[in-house]
Design a protein around this ligand. Structure first.
Ligand code: C2E
Ligand code: CA
Ligand code: CA
Length: 832
């Protein structure tokens, strides 16, 4: 019974052990689950030690009872131990625990003491193993944690980086289809990352849009496709993101990835946002190429463009025209209205130029108020002339700046490649010379380059140089022209007129040197000298005689003027009432506060103010009411020809007079030369007359002498302006660019003539006309039709005693043939 019980117990123990063993398999899993070491040891003992002990015990009992032969029992135990070892492979504790438990169970079955000993030894070994396991586990868990931390850190850093939008990552499969792309990029493309997956990588970029991209960008696109096909690494390829309506640039980098068997798996790489950098670059290049105020090309870019044309591979493509444009009176706007208004004006000028030129050429601003236009291709001169006059016309329309209406003018110089130069320096220098000639010709004009301009420019430069010393060398002098009251025929005053006695060139007209003085910044000095000198001379004249001094618009804009006037009056000791300042209309190009303040300051001093050259400038009758003028000077261009039938000048004079009377102002008719003109202006009611009919300008000495004989003035001169336009036929020689041409002169007036017999003369051409031996006049072509050209003389011709044009009345003059006089040449209007 004891043996039967023992067998039963053995079977039970073995069965339980089997159940536990199955459970032990779970230990492996539990082990992985990462429990604490002590907990694990407990589990190992319970799940491995106990069943193994059971197996050992049961089998030992079966063997002892003779149920199983010991040899077989041993074999079973060995295989159980082996299975346990396999199951527990790699797990030291489990292994040890299983082996110790099983063998100590056998020992137990044979001798309880030996078994106990085995358990103790096993326990000791187990404790050592436990300690060891503890260390191993600790080290392992630390390693795992560290690895996990590292992985986390890398992930977080990447995620942060992706989130900033500066950089992003991508991966493709072997066909180049997207496997992964950063969410930020998907968002930029207004897609989800999932939508992008499976699409070609190149879909992220704008590749088809080659026209818009520069050459380098489309190149980058091609390179990308190439790398993807060739499976080669690339870095920092610049591509444009495929985002409609937004410009975004990326630099992308990528490398092919291979698996362990060296099979190509696809590409992996990153992208970085370049937009800001690119914008900065563009901004820098804009700054380098464009004028920041007007947005036009700058000087550098213009000369680059010109150079490009001039070195074109085919000679035919090297033709072009360069137009230099300079604004007239811009400085006045800038000085009186302020720089912001000046800037505003430049912008509007730029717009008009661009609109005018369109795609036919390139417009640039060279700086200040200087503009340039390059027109590529061969354009005939008449066409260029038309373009130039178009530009002048468009720029001369009024501008609105901060509510004020402003008028300026423009002068244009034209040089043509290859005729006038084949290098950009030569072309620009020659266009500049032409521009100078245009300005010299009276502004608001255009001029083609001609070789003889070189000497003109040299002459002008020299004049400017000489003018700097003219004052110091006592070459400037004031002449005085009497102003006569119409009703009493008595001299009421004199107008002071500058004269320059040049040591070489002799006498130079103020019409010529005053603009030079204004441009060279000499007018303030010269103007102040004139004021002081006039006051000093005035101090020696009778008290009822006045002096009128011309004041340039530049002087008028200078706040120091009232101080200078006061000082000039005080040092000469004359009554302010006796000084009259002549101001031209050009000061009214704007109606700002500075003007009003200046008028008030001058009126406070007590000087008289006269409006000079009325009707030649920006006639706005509005300002006449506001400005405190004592006198209006009617320009001689209205007086001239007023006596001729059909002329409207008389009507104009009449209306100016009635306006002046209404405003309680005097009127002076300027430049009255004939008795007929005198009768007319008297009839029209002008209160004063100034002109050769009474007296030419006199030197200070002659003026004093004239005064000593009393104030009564007597009109002396021709009755009629009979020879205002003389119809004559005269053979002359024209000289231009070192060549001479024969031609006929018909219809000559004081200001111009009709020349017959020459063809194809571009407007603006300047030549010298040899009218007679030793008699040469400089003239500018204004129009050309068939073989006839209209020319304008650079200076009006003198009249002789009989009222004929002096230069045209040599001793042996042929009788004038009767010719149709359909052509009129308008008298030039002087501008300040
Ligand atoms: P303006 O003020 O209109 O002066 C009148 C001009 O007409 C003077 O020329 C005078 O000699 C001329 N003149 C007078 N009567 C007759 C005439 O019957 N027939 C003709 N054909 N001309 C006549 P001028 O002296 O050559 O002066 C020319 C211009 O130079 C002046 O025109 C004035 O604008 C300027 N100017 C002269 N002196 C000064 C000055 O001291 N300061 C400034 N800023 N400008 C001056
Ligand atoms: Ca004057
Ligand atoms: Ca005048």
């Amino acid at each position: 019974a004891n043996r039967a019980f023992s067998d039963l117990a053995s079977s039970l123990v073995a069965g339980t052990a089997t159940v536990l063993t199955l459970g032990a398999l779970a230990i492996g899993r539990l082990d992985h689950a990462g429990h604490g070491t002590s907990k694990r040891v407990g589990m190992v003992v319970a799940m491995i030690g106990v069943p193994m002990f059971g197996y050992g015990w049961a089998i030992a009992h079966w063997a002892q009872n003779g149920e199983v032969p010991w040899l077989q029992a041993m074999a079973v135990l060995v295989s159980v131990g082996l299975s346990a070892t396999i199951i527990q492979s790699g797990r030291l504790l489990g292994l040890l625990c299983g082996q110790v438990a099983m063998w100590s169970a056998i020992t137990c079955a044979i001798s309880p003491l030996g078994g106990l000993l085995a358990i103790v030894i096993g326990g000791a070994l187990g404790t050592i193993a436990y300690q060891r396991q503890l260390e191993i586990d600790l080290a392992e868990s630390m390693r795992l944690q560290e690895a996990a931390r590292q992985q986390m850190r890398a992930q977080e850093i990447l995620a942060d980086y992706e989130e900033t939008g500066q950089g992003w990552f991508w991966e493709t499969d072997r066909r180049g289809m997207i496997l992964y792309v950063s969410a930020a990029v998907a968002e930029l493309l207004r897609r989800t990352p999932e939508e992008l997956q499976g699409r070609p990588l190149t879909d992220l970029f704008q590749i088809e849009d080659k026209a818009e991209a520069g050459p380098s960008e489309s190149g980058a696109d091609r390179t990308l496709t190439f790398h993807l096909t060739a499976r080669s690494s690339f870095s920092d390829l610049v591509v444009r993101a495929a985002i409609k309506g937004e410009e975004r640039w990326w630099a992308i980098t990528g490398r092919p990835i291979y698996d362990t068997f060296d099979n190509f798996q696809g590409f992996r790489g990153s992208g970085a946002d370049l937009t800001q950098q690119k914008r900065t670059q563009e901004h820098v290049s804009r700054l380098a190429h464009f004028d920041s105020l007007t947005g036009l090309s700058n000087r550098f870019f213009m000369s680059q463009s010109l150079e490009k044309i001039l070195i074109a591979p085919q000679v035919r493509q090297r033709a072009c025209a360069v137009l230099l444009i300079d604004l007239d009176r811009f400085k006045q706007v800038n000085d009186t209205l302020g720089h912001p208004a000046g800037d505003q004006l430049l912008k509007q000028v730029a717009q008009r130029l661009e609109r005018g030129v369109g795609s036919a050429g390139r417009v640039g601003r060279l700086g200040g108020d200087e503009f340039q236009i390059i027109l590529p291709g061969r354009i005939e001169r008449p066409m260029l002339a038309q373009i130039a006059s178009h530009i002048i016309e468009s720029l001369s329309q009024s501008y609105t700046l901060d509510g004020s209406r402003v008028m300026i003018g423009a002068s244009v110089g034209i040089a043509i490649a290859p005729d006038d130069g084949v290098t950009s320096e030569a072309l620009i220098r020659n266009a500049d010379l032409a521009l100078y000639a245009a300005k010299d010709g009276g502004r608001g004009r255009f001029h083609f380059y001609a070789p003889d301009l070189h000497s003109d420019a040299e002459e002008r430069r020299k004049l400017e140089e000489d003018l700097r010393d003219a004052l110091a060398h006592g070459q400037l002098e004031l002449y005085y022209q009497p102003v006569v009251q119409t009703t009493t025929e008595r001299i009421t005053g004199f107008e002071a007129l500058l004269r320059w006695h040049h040591p070489e060139h002799g006498f130079i007209s103020p019409e010529k040197f005053i603009p030079i003085a204004e441009e060279a910044g000499l007018i303030a000095q010269i103007g102040e000298w004139a004021l002081r000198q006039a006051c000093m001379d005035l101090a020696r004249w009778p008290g009822n005689v006045r002096v009128a001094v011309n004041v340039s618009a530049l002087q008028f804009a200078n706040p120091a003027l009232p101080g200078i006037v006061t000082s000039a009056l005080a040092s000469a000791g004359v009554n302010p009432e006796r000084l009259e300042l002549e101001i031209t209309e050009s000061v009214f190009i704007n109606d700002d506060d500075g003007n009003e303040a200046m008028f008030r300051a001058l009126k406070r001093i007590g000087v008289r103010l006269a409006l000079d050259d009325f009707g030649t400038g920006y006639s706005s009758l509005g300002y006449l009411k506001k400005a405190p003028f004592d006198k209006i000077k009617i320009d001689q261009s209205f007086v001239r020809g007023a006596t001729q039938d059909g002329s409207r000048n008389g009507a104009i004079i009449a209306s100016i007079v009635s306006l002046a009377e209404a405003l309680d102002m005097e009127t002076t008719a300027e430049g009255v030369e004939t008795l007929d003109e005198l009768d007319l202006v008297r009839l029209l009611g002008c209160s004063h007359v100034q002109g050769y009919i009474y007296e030419r300008p006199l030197s200070a000495l002659a003026a004093a002498d004239r005064l000593s004989s009393g104030l009564v003035a007597i009109a002396r001169g021709p009755r009629a302006a009979r020879a205002m336009r003389q119809s004559i036929l005269r053979r002359v020689v024209l000289e231009h660019g070192g060549q001479t041409y024969e031609a006929n002169v018909r219809n000559i007036s004081r200001t111009g003539a009709l020349v017959e017999g020459i063809r194809n003369v571009p407007g603006g051409t300047v030549f010298r006309i040899h009218v007679a031996d030793e008699q040469v006049v400089t003239a500018t072509a204004r129009w050309c039709e068939d073989d006839r050209i209209g020319v304008e003389f650079s200076e009006p011709l003198e009249l002789d005693e009989t009222g004929r044009i002096a230069i045209m009345s040599p001793r042996r003059q042929r009788p004038a043939p009767v010719l149709p006089t359909g052509v009129t040449i308008e008298a030039p209007r002087r501008r300040a």
